[in-house]
Structure formats: structure tokens, C-alpha cells
Design a protein. Structure first.
Ligand code: GLN
Length: 544
């Protein structure tokens, strides 16, 4: 079967949940037995989101091949089985970068290089390149229709219907239908205007997905269809829901997947949504609850910890319990000794992070977890600081620290490894203080060997695992002996035993730090083993 394409655009305003809508449509198409891939087009000029501030942009999601991508790719992976790589996220910056490089190389033979056709052709190439041999590619166009930035993307998407044929392309537009209290009714005007804008660009949507807080009546749907020139049966309610994993089921009840396959003229098997029903059943009927303190810096912006939040929720699903996440600002701990949030928690988690701010507060939280037998989970920076805390307060290595925060520490237990093998490219990389901010991060999937009898092995139940990384600093092998002698356990290492990937404290209910980011690989239907075990241990600690 030839690959078909769905394009999802957004209107009226941002944050309507286009990424979730795209992911849910992906889940529905897979439930019908189709193979899919997903693509996010981002209108900003950054070549990739790797250097963007998490306060502004939210989390940077990392794929197996080490691409630093938009957080929507995290949703795609949590809702579908699509294998994502650097091909599945593209920005305006990358498109221009490619075109300008081609121009410099002389590929355009002296011709004038223009937005149409050169930029739009490059966009089309990027979209078609994702297809491989799958049945369907779902592309989410970032931004809101009407933005200057997204115009070239929309123009390319418009052209593709002509290039590929009517039955191979489906345009879905997500809009807002607000309920206005004083009028006592929902309003369709913003949707009408947004579709008008889309049609001016030359795109007639096939399907409208209307985000609302209530189900739309057939009359309202009929009115929207009439004014927006879509079929009466092609207007769907995207109703607000309690949990994001309900979205595929709500879309299905509305008949969205049926309409999509009709428009694309695809024959599929009947949808099997039992996996989603089971996830929803578990999340709506928890058998208890557990309170987790997440000690971090970006606590006011939940998007910065998107995958982490989801992985914690999945850990709850695995234990059929509700996970209440309490964010604790580590700078608050430093300033006012604000340990209340820590003391009340059943489990303490320190996520990844960059920069000096709040580091000592995190170390205080780790010490508390270690000394009071509270389950502790340190991820990336959280693991590095757990090593520093152990070195200082158990092994007596005064002022031990990560060289990232104290370049003059007498005991750089975490440091920049001068030479390391990049598993993605197999190249030997060199790193020093100078290159620290450049492209020298350890990125993407690396294999790790586990030690039998450890917390990690008990969780994964296998010897070799693969996890994703995004960091520069590493455990300093010089300190292996002294720390092991004082009771620290190294339970995960790279196959050549050069890189320490997991540390544990054996005589503790559950204390584990990992250099990688397990949250990227957790799925609602397959919760990550470390999150499952962390939540289990926290729940047991609570009962004691
Ligand atoms: N800042 C640390 C490093 O670069 C940790 C990074 C992270 O937590 N992702 O090694």
C-alpha cells in the first residue's frame, strides 16, 4: 500500500493540545492495524531545540539516535509504536540550514534561491523522507495558522495534496470553540475565522477538531460545517478530559478514526482499543496513593518535566495507585531550609538539570533521603549529586563535588571525561572545559550492563539494557575504589566498564541514581521498570 499523509494544523490560539491530538490519532490508526510514523514541523529558527531554555520551551526530548527534539515527540512515543529519530522533527532553522549549504555548494547552479520553490521543496522532501514503508505519516505543523513563521510549511503541505492526489492527503484543523458564560452558549466565530485564514492559504480542511469543555450538539456541528465548508459529519468534539490517555477513546467515540479512513479510502481492521481502556480503568480506579517530592529548579513550569511526570504516572499505573507529585524548589531549601515538602514525602526524586542554582538544596534533600531510609531516585544530575553527597558525608571526602559546579574541588567525583567513545558514531570524542558548552554532550541510547542482585537488576530482570543520555559530566573512575570501599554499589556500567551508569546504596530500602534518562522510554502500557520499582518502594515505605 502506498503511504498516505495526515496534516494537523492549529487555529485560534496555541496550547490547544495539537501534539496530543496528533498522538491520539496515531494511536487510533495503530489500533486499526496500520503502521504509522509521525513528524513535527517547528516554525522557529533554532536548528534544533537542544540549546533552548526549558523555562521557555519545555523539555528537550531525546530519541534513541541522540536527536534533541521537541517535547511533542515524547507524546508520539508514549501514544504510538512509531520509531522516532532525528528525521521526525524538523525546524525552519534546519530547512534553511540545508538550503543555504546547498546554495554554497553550488547545487542550485547560480539560480535565485527562493522560499517557493526551494524552501518548500526542501520541506516536502523532509515530509516524504519520513514515510519509509509505513501506511500513514501524521505530520503536526507547529504554531497557529496566521503566524508569519509557519507560512512556508503550510504552503508545502498545500502543494502535497496536488503532488500526491486527493485520497492520499487529509487535512485536520484543530480549533477552539469556547463556551461564553454570559451568553450561555458556545461560540463558533473563532473557528470560522481560523478556517477562513487557512482557506486563504489554499488549504481546505477535511476535518475540524473542536476543542471545547462540553460535547457539541449536532446543530452546532452543522453550523460549523456550513460556515467552514466541511462535510456535516466531519466536525468532531475534542472535549477536555481528566487524563490525557482518555483522548484516543473520546476521539473514537466521536467517530474520528472512521472518518479519517473514509477520507483516505483505506481498508483497515476494526479498531481494538482494549489497551487504552485498560489504562483508563487503572488510572480512574487507584487502590491507594503515594506522595513523591520532585526536587528541582524548573518547578514552576510543568512542561519542563513532561516525560518525567508521565513516567511517574506510569509507575502509578503499574502499582495501581495514584501518584501525587509535589514540586519542591531546591533554592527554597537553600534559602529557608524549607524541608517540609521533603519530610512529608513517601519518595524523593531529583531529576536532570543544568547549572549551579539550587544544587546545594538538592544535596540536602539527598542526604535526608539517605539518612531516613526514604526511597530515592536520582536521574542524571540527580545521580551525580547523590555521588557527591555520598563522597562528602559517608566517605569523608571533604568538599567533594561535580567539577561542573566547583572546578577547584579537591575531589571532582563527577568530571569531564577527556576522551570517550561516542556510541552513536563510534568516534572517539575529546572534551575539555573549553568545549564544555559545545556539541559534546553524550546523547542518545547507550548499552549498560547490570549487576545481579542489585535494585536495577531486580527491576529490569535482564543483564543488558539500553537507555538514553543527555549530559556532559561523568562519574570519575578515580573514585570508584574509595566509594565502593565505603559501601556504594555500582550496579550498571558501559560494556567496556569505562562509564558508570547506575549507583545504589545497598542497605537502604531503595536508593538508586542513574546517569541516563529512563523517563524517555516509559509508556503507559509498559511502565518503565525503574519508575515501577521506585513507586512500589515509596508505597511500601509509606505503609511502614
Ligand atoms: N549538568 C549535568 C551534565 O551535564 C547533568 C545533565 C542532566 O541532568 N541532563 O552532566
Amino acid at each position: 500500500m502506498r503511504t498516505k499523509f495526515i496534516f494537523i494544523t492549529g487555529g485560534v490560539l496555541s496550547s490547544l493540545g495539537k501534539g496530543l491530538a496528533a498522538s491520539s490519532i496515531g494511536a487510533l490508526m495503530e489500533s486499526r492495524g496500520l503502521t504509522i510514523s509521525m513528524l513535527k514541523l517547528d516554525p522557529y529558527i533554532n536548528v534544533d531545540p537542544g540549546t533552548m531554555n526549558p523555562f521557555q520551551h519545555g523539555e528537550v526530548f531525546v530519541t534513541d539516535d541522540g536527536a534533541e527534539t521537541d517535547l511533542d515527540l515524547g507524546h508520539y512515543e508514549r501514544f504510538t509504536h512509531a520509531k522516532l529519530s532525528r528525521k521526525n522533527n524538523c525546524t525552519t532553522g534546519r530547512i534553511y540550514d540545508t538550503v543555504i549549504n546547498k546554495e554554497r555548494r553550488g547545487d542550485y547552479l547560480g539560480g535565485t534561491v527562493q522560499v517557493i520553490p526551494h524552501i518548500t521543496d526542501e520541506i516536502k522532501r523532509t515530509i516524504l523522507d519520513v514515510a519509509d514503508s509505513c501506511d500513514l505519516v501524521i505530520t503536526e505543523v507547529g504554531g497557529t495558522v496566521g503566524d508569519i513563521e509557519s507560512l512556508p510549511f503550510l504552503e508545502a503541505v498545500r502543494q502535497l495534496k496536488g503532488d500526491l492526489g486527493r485520497e492520499n492527503v487529509c487535512y485536520i484543523h484543530l480549533t477552539l470553540v469556547p463556551y461564553i458564560k454570559t451568553a450561555g452558549e458556545v461560540k463558533t466565530k473563532p473557528t470560522q475565522h481560523s478556517v477562513k485564514e487557512l482557506r486563504e492559504i489554499g488549504i481546505q480542511p477535511d476535518i475540524l477538531l473542536c476543542r471545547t469543555d462540553r460535547f457539541l450538539s449536532p446543530e452546532i456541528k452543522g453550523k460549523i460545517a456550513l460556515f467552514c465548508n466541511v462535510e456535516p459529519g466531519a466536525v468532531f468534539t475534542a472535549k477536555d478530559v481528566e487524563t490525557i490517555y482518555e483522548v484516543p477513546l473520546v476521539f473514537h467515540q466521536e467517530g474520528l478514526d472512521e472518518k479519517i479512513v473514509e477520507i483516505l479510502n483505506m481498508w483497515t481492521k476494526a479498531p481494538d482499543l482494549s489497551v487504552w481502556e485498560e489504562i483508563l480503568r487503572k488510572s480512574k480506579n487507584p487502590q491507594g496513593e503515594v506522595n513523591i517530592a520532585v526536587v528541582g529548579k524548573y518547578v514552576h513550569l510543568r512542561d519542563s518535566y513532561k516525560s518525567l511526570n508521565e513516567a511517574l504516572t506510569h509507575g502509578g499505573l503499574a502499582n495501581e495507585c495514584q501518584v501525587n507529585v509535589h514540586y519542591v524548589d531546591s533554592e527554597e531549601i537553600e534559602r529557608n531550609g524549607g524541608m517540609d515538602g521533603i519530610i512529608q514525602a513517601d519518595g524523593i526524586l531529583i531529576p536532570g538539570g543544568f547549572g549551579q542554582r539550587g544544587v546545594e538544596g538538592k544535596i540536602q534533600a539527598i542526604r535526608y533521603a539517605r539518612e531516613h531510609g526514604i526511597p530515592f531516585f536520582g536521574i542524571c544530575l540527580g545521580m551525580q549529586l547523590a555521588v557527591a553527597e555520598y563522597a562528602r558525608n559517608v566517605a569523608g571526602l571533604e568538599q567533594a563535588h561535580s567539577a561542573e559546579f566547583d572546578p577547584d574541588t579537591p575531589h571532582p567525583v563527577i568530571y569531564l571525561m577527556k576522551e570517550w567513545v561516542n556510541y552513536q558514531t563510534q568516534a572517539i570524542e575529546h572534551r575539555d572545559e573549553e568545549s564544555a558548552k559545545g556539541g559534546t554532550m553524550r546523547l542518545g541510547a547507550y548499552p549498560c550492563h547490570l549487576e545481579r542482585g542489585s535494585f536495577a537488576f531486580a527491576a529490569y530482570k535482564q543483564k543488558v539494557i539500553s537507555e538514553r543520555h543527555r549530559h556532559r559530566y561523568e562519574f570519575n573512575n578515580h573514585y570508584r575504589e574509595p566509594l565502593l570501599a565505603k559501601g556504594l554499589r555500582i550496579s550498571g556500567v558501559s560494556p567496556d566498564n569505562e562509564l558508570v551508569e547506575i549507583i545504589e546504596i545497598p542497605d537502604h530500602p531503595w536508593f538508586l541514581g542513574c546517569q541516563f534518562h529512563p523517563e524517555f522510554q516509559s509508556r503507559p502500557w509498559d511502565p518503565h521498570p525503574l519508575f515501577r520499582e521506585f513507586i512500589r518502594a515509596s508505597r511500601e515505605a509509606k505503609r511502614r
